[in-house]
Design a protein around this ligand. Sequence first.
Ligand SMILES: NC(=O)C1=CN([C@@H]2O[C@H](COP(=O)(O)OP(=O)(O)OC[C@H]3O[C@@H](n4cnc5c(N)ncnc54)[C@H](OP(=O)(O)O)[C@@H]3O)[C@@H](O)[C@H]2O)C=CC1
Ligand SMILES: Nc1nc(=O)c2c([nH]1)NC[C@@H]1CN(c3ccc(C(=O)N[C@@H](CCC(=O)O)C(=O)O)cc3)C=[N+]21
Ligand SMILES: [Mg+2]
Length: 283
Amino acid sequence: MATRLDGRVVSKKILGELKQTVAKLAQQDVTPTLAVVLVGSDPASEVYVRNKQRRAEEIGVRSLMYRLPEDTSQMTLLAKVAELNQDPDVDAILVQLPLPAGLDERAVIDAIDPNKDVDGFSPVSVGRLWTNEPTVVASTPYGIMALLDAYDIDVAGQRVVIVGRSNIVGRPLAGLMVNHDATVTIAHSKTRNLKQLTREADILVVAVGRPHFIGADAVKPGATVIDVGISRGADGKLHGDVDDDTVAPIAGALTPVPGGVGPMTIASLMAQTVALAKRRLHG
Ligand SMILES: NC(=O)C1=CN([C@@H]2O[C@H](COP(=O)(O)OP(=O)(O)OC[C@H]3O[C@@H](n4cnc5c(N)ncnc54)[C@H](OP(=O)(O)O)[C@@H]3O)[C@@H](O)[C@H]2O)C=CC1
Ligand SMILES: Nc1nc(=O)c2c([nH]1)NC[C@@H]1CN(c3ccc(C(=O)N[C@@H](CCC(=O)O)C(=O)O)cc3)C=[N+]21
Ligand SMILES: [Mg+2]
């Protein structure tokens, strides 16, 4: 049976350490502050928002939540971003994606001050990632690397296949993996013979958003499988993209959903919010 990569346990440890860092910052009158903007009500975003509010509170990070109605105009949203850019108490800004249809995602991301862009979506951050310079990176890829590291799973020289090429998960994860000396392939909906490709992976990461997308026939025995998917089933439960009933018996290691990548995303978001707040001290 696959080793269960327990994101709850690992994130708890990271959050505990962060809590101490936040306490020290408080003595210097710095309260790390994250501003979250949610337009409408995407289900995966609702899960994210709820959990990060909870964790932020636990460790002393101030979390400001702005819920805007589904029919919010581009102008109103840009005005909110501008206000947060200018607020000296706000260290980190996160606009929940996807935005409702009709809103221009790129324009909104470009409006966020790159120094406050905690998702690492700004062209500057993306460029720094791909030239292997220190930068803010999206919390989910960051969390996946931290989880592998916590279980001493070394990616150097390993064949990594990532299914999904989004700006949030697939692309930045590929950058981090290359920076850590992995050999990386990104697959997507136009990929031919997907199963043949995923079966070659020593480390398989799946970020598609379709329950049971990956079964045992798509996994090399002994491989590490990272399940990023979050879908809410008709049963009201959260599901990943990997069919764990069939994959767990043959994989070497596997992340559960819930309790795998999700909690690591939250811990990474907190870590990067705190890192941005520290800039207030050092400039
Ligand atoms: N746990 C966490 O912390 C997080 C979870 N998520 C979850 O992860 C999932 C993916 O999110 P996100 O990256 O934003 O999703 P997107 O919808 O932006 O991307 C999905 C990707 O899957 C690819 N894809 C779709 N169908 C197929 C197929 N049949 N074969 C191969 N590839 C396919 C798409 O290809 P193409 O580009 O060609 O369309 C696309 O690249 C969602 O369930 C989301 O909720 C997301 C972020 C964080
Ligand atoms: N700008 C932006 N950045 C994101 O990083 C981003 C986003 N938009 N939009 C939505 C997706 C989704 N996402 C999740 C993060 C944590 C959990 C999470 O906490 N998951 C828990 C859920 C536990 C539970 O509630 O039962 C788990 O998997 O264990 C889920 C989903 C981040 N995303
Ligand atoms: Mg399942």
